[in-house]
Design a protein around this ligand. Structure first.
Ligand SMILES: C[S@@+](CC[C@H](N)C(=O)[O-])C[C@H]1O[C@@H](n2cnc3c(N)ncnc32)[C@H](O)[C@@H]1O
Length: 288
């Protein structure tokens, strides 16, 4: 798409987004699921069935090739992640990941010398994470556990990490409380939730294409002030909106073709500082 058409079109959309984000109204599909009414068992059962990114895998689940393709896909889709999180910076430090899934990020920390512990509510994830670590010859303590009630002593970790977890939690505030409790004074929390006022939530609303795992028993998006509020017990909180359009491999058909051929390139012509507040992922770095 020519730049002289793309930039005004995307800016128009962002103006609408800006208006919506500053109004008091909620977008129709952004109401959170009634997380309080969902049992942990429902949430566990969902995540045992819906391993994150499993849909793109071609190799048998649990094989080394399977983990390698999930990792390649993740870091292609989340190209920002190694820029925002220095996976090499925690050598010798005790790092806990809550909701580690199959352990892709945790493995990266572990390979670079962090002393890693990963927990997840779903036993299928933890079984796969153990296989992931084994097949790469990396050691890590991996356990099935509820992040709302961590079985670790106070101040036992230098770093805590939860990427894409709080938005699917029954009780995000309890998980944040536990992360804060097990973190040493001065320790760092690295967290990610979805931005309610993002290009992707708007696109989903306009196109009718549901967001990934929007059908999970608990699902909630956050505005930047809401996310900061959730993290208010930390002494210093920085929120960085990230995750801008990249070509999708998950969706097929006409809409996906238009998205890949036109939307992605048009959006990425807009200078990043203008669209920064509307990134889909709100990354937080917080200090206890
Ligand atoms: C979207 S997946 C993200 C997995 C991984 N962090 C990633 O980025 O690929 C969400 C994960 O959060 C986990 N989860 C949800 N509620 C949890 C809780 N209360 N305690 C621990 N893990 C939880 C789920 O089991 C699931 O594996």
């Amino acid at each position: 798409m020519p730049r002289n058409l793309a930039v005004p079109a995307i800016m128009e959309v962002l103006t609408i987004l800006q208006t919506l984000s500053s109004s008091r109204g909620e977008w129709p599909h952004t109401a959170s699921s009634a997380t309080g009414e969902k049992t942990l068992e429902e949430i566990r059962a969902y995540w045992n069935e819906h391993i994150h990114d499993l849909a793109i895998a071609r190799h048998p689940a649990g094989s080394k090739e399977f983990f390698d393709e999930l990792e390649a896909y993740r870091f292609e889709k989340l190209d920002y992640l190694p820029r925002v999180v220095d996976f090499t910076a925690y050598e010798g430090q005790a790092l806990l990941e809550v909701g580690c899934g199959v352990g892709t990020d945790l493995l990266r920390f572990g390979r670079n010398g962090a002393v890693v512990t990963g927990i997840d509510l779903a036993e299928v994830s933890i079984d796969l994470a153990r296989k992931n670590f084994e097949s790469h010859g990396v050691s890590g303590d991996l356990r099935m556990m509820n992040g709302e009630k961590l079985e670790f002593d106070d101040a036992s970790f230098d770093v805590v990490y939860a990427h894409g977890v709080l938005q699917y939690a029954r009780d995000a505030a309890s998980i944040v409380g536990e992360l804060h409790r097990v973190l040493k004074p001065g320790g760092e929390a690295i967290l990610m939730v979805y931005n309610r006022y993002s290009w992707l939530s708007l696109l989903s609303m306009v196109s009718g294409v549901r967001l990934e795992h929007e059908d999970a028993p608990a699902f909630k998006m956050y505005s930047i002030p809401e996310f900061k509020g959730l993290l208010s017990r930390f002494s210093k909180v920085e929120v960085i909106p990230e995750r801008f359009p990249v070509r999708t491999r998950l969706h097929r058909g006409g809409l996906a073709a238009v998205y890949n051929a036109a939307f992605v390139s048009a959006f990425n012509l807009v200078p990043r500082p203008l669209v920064r507040p509307f990134g889909w992922h709100l990354m937080a770095k917080a200090v206890k």
